[in-house]
Ligand binder design. Structure first.
Ligand code: ADP
Length: 621
């Protein structure tokens, strides 16, 4: 199963890899830079060493021939032949002093064949060479063998380092003695002194006697064997100087190129130096140049910093690029996901829309069906209503017929019995009684005629044309009909029309019939009352006119209130009412656009209805 690592862990592992690779790279770079630096240093060192050797050769060459020149001087021969001639020796001393000063040498002196100094340039010094024997010095020995003697040593008298040249002084072929010059070698050290570059000159044993670093003087380049040390000590070449090795761990890189670990100064600072050597055959010296490798360490450090920085930057760049591409991939993924989600949502929406459309279409279809159903139902309803109305009409007709039948049968039966009685009284000759019966028949026919009149009113209902009618006129007409009854019954009728000239939209005769009906009902209700009062009120409210008829009678019982507008409902005695008055009146008022209602009042009954008011513009003008 593959192991999935978190981004943090991945980052840490990549960083670890980076560090390991960086260390490896820096290691390789360090080694390469160091090696390359060593090669460059060695090349530079070689050039410098050549220069130094040339310089040394120049110095030595300058003094090399001086003893030979002096040796051919006769005064030196004579002095050697006559060493006791004080005067001659004094002159020679002064001569040697002059030569010494002019040629810029340390000492110039003449020795006899035993090595005893008989004349010297430092005759006048504190410790003159005169009288001192230098027969043990190799340069003397070489000179006495007829050769140019050369030697480096610490001066036994002066304790000053010097390079000695000696040449034999001859008389014919006989060597009488040797003349020697000692040259100062401090010059060759001071001029070439440098912190990072040191020149050394060592003798064949490896003992340093010329060095640009004074601390290294009389040290050996490598540890010396005991017998060598003893030999050097016997020769008193370096007086009593203790010869210690300059360094250790010598590593040979290439031919004549070595790496040396040396102790600098008081032994505190150990330095790694590059040692290059060359042999100077004329002088029998080894000349060395020691170059400090510290500069390489700096170089390695700088190169490491540069490479490390470059590599780190490259790493950061790679990481940033990776992160960028990762982010872009994430962005792409998110975009893809949102696209997919959007597409899904779109599809869902489309499905839902099509579902809804389907449902809507179905609902529409249902609605359409329902509308058709409704229409059909409406048609059915209308038909049913018509049928119902027809049935109701028939029922009303039936009711009416029953009522009329009832109302007419009674008087008819009475007439029949009065007729029979009349007949009998006539047969018996009782004319008075017969007359009374005939009068009764007459009254009964009168009553039957009244019933007929009422039915006539009912039938006239729809014949009236609606027009503008003055209320005042209508009320006057109604009073004409009612006046005898009002007077008979002693009813006080109050008429209140506000304003007086109110006009309404109605039919004059029918409205008059309604008023006669309502006032008649009121009069009938007042039967038996001590004080009989009827109030007829007409007043305008906005676009309407309210017409009210109120009496101070017993009022209408709650139980019958909902029935009084029903046809043939009456509380009156048989023969007094048909129960059609309110039904007919209400139908008439409805045709005018109003409705009769019973309004609660302090006493008696109050009937009200509204009519459309006519605005009387001409009068206002
Ligand atoms: P009728 O007068 O023939 O009875 P109506 O339709 O005119 O028929 O009246 C129906 C009934 O309404 C009356 O029988 C009566 O009981 C009641 N009624 C009508 N007007 C009044 C009134 N002013 N006071 C008391 N009752 C009334």
């Amino acid at each position: 199963m593959p192991i999935r690592l978190s981004r943090k862990k991945k980052g840490f592992i990549s960083f670890l890899f980076f560090i390991i690779i960086l260390i490896q790279i820096l290691n390789v770079v360090s080694v390469w830079t160091y090696r390359r630096g060593l090669v460059e240093l060695a090349q530079q060192g070689n050039v410098r060493l050549e220069l130094y050797i040339n310089y040394l050769q120049g110095i030595l060459g300058k003094y090399e021939s001086l003893p030979e020149l002096l040796a051919i001087d006769n005064s030196l021969v004579r002095a050697l032949l006559n060493p006791h001639e004080k005067k001659r020796i004094e002159i020679l001393n002064r001569y040697l002093e002059t030569i010494n000063r002019v040629s810029d040498t340390l000492d110039t002196y003449l020795m006899n064949k035993d090595g005893l100094t008989i004349a010297a340039s430092n005759w006048n010094a504190e410790r003159p060479f005169i009288g001192r024997n230098f027969s043990y010095r190799p340069y003397f020995k070489q000179a006495m063998k007829g050769k140019l003697g050369r030697y480096f040593a610490l001066g036994s008298a002066s304790s000053k380092r010097g390079y000695y040249f000696a040449y034999p002084v001859r008389k014919d072929d006989e060597i009488l003695g040797a003349v020697a010059v000692k040259i100062n070698i401090d010059l060759v050290e001071q001029k070439w002194a440098d912190r990072d570059e040191n020149f050394l000159v060592s003798d064949p044993d490896g003992v340093i006697f010329i060095t640009t670093n004074p601390d290294w003087r009389f040290k050996s380049l490598k540890p010396l064997e005991q017998d060598v040390l003893e030999r050097i000590s016997v020769s008193r070449r370096y007086q009593d100087a203790a010869i210690v090795p300059l360094g250790d761990n010598v590593n040979t890189l290439w031919e004549k190129v070595e790496i040396l670990n040396i102790e600098d100064g008081a032994g505190k600072d150990r330095r790694r130096v590059l040692k290059q050597s060359q042999f100077m055959p004329q002088a029998g010296w080894n000349v060395h140049i020691l170059t400090d490798t510290r500069v390489l360490r700096k170089k390695v450090l700088i190169v490491n910093i540069m490479v490390g920085t470059g590599f780190s930057l490259a790493y950061i760049l790679v990481i940033l690029l990776l992160q960028r591409s990762h982010r872009q991939a994430q962005l792409h993924r998110v975009e893809e996901e949102s696209k997919r989600a959007l597409q899904e949502a779109n599809e869902q929406l489309e499905t839902r829309v099509s579902d809804r459309t389907q449902k809507l279409t179905e609902a529409n279809e249902l609605l359409r069906k329902e509308i058709i159903d409704r229409k059909q139902t409406e048609i059915k309803l209308k038909r049913t209503r018509k049928e119902l109305i027809h049935a109701a009409k028939l029922a009303v007709l039936g009711q009416m017929s029953a009522g009329i039948n009832h109302e007419l049968n009674q008087p008819l039966a009475a007439i029949r019995s009065y007729t029979d009685n009349g007949k009998q009284f006539l047969q018996k000759g009782q004319l008075e009684n017969a007359m009374w019966n005939l009068e009764q028949i007459g009254e009964l026919t009168e009553r039957m005629a009244q019933i007929g009149n009422q039915l006539k009113l009912f039938s006239r209902k729809s014949s009236g044309m609606i027009a503008v009618v003055p209320l005042h006129g209508v009320i006057d007409g109604a009073l004409e009909i009612l006046k005898p009854s009002l007077r008979k019954e002693a009813v006080a009728l109050t008429i209140d029309i506000r304003p007086d000239n109110l006009e309404v939209r109605a039919n004059h005769v029918l409205l008059q019939q309604v008023l006669v009906n309502l006032i008649s009902n009121a009069m009938q209700a007042l039967e038996g009352q001590k004080v009989k009062k009827i109030l007829l009120e007409c007043y305008a409210i906005g676009e309407k006119v309210v017409v009210a008829v109120q009496d101070n009678g017993p009022g209408i019982a709650k139980e019958v209130l909902h029935e009084i507008f029903e046809p043939f409902f009456t509380t009156k005695k048989s023969g007094q009412g048909l129960g059609l008055g309110l039904t007919i009146s209400d139908r008439i008022v409805r045709d005018f656009g109003g409705k009769i209602t019973v309004v609660p009042s302090a006493e008696g009954a109050r009937f009200e209805f509204t009519l459309d008011k006519i605005v009387q513009e001409t009068q206002e003008l």
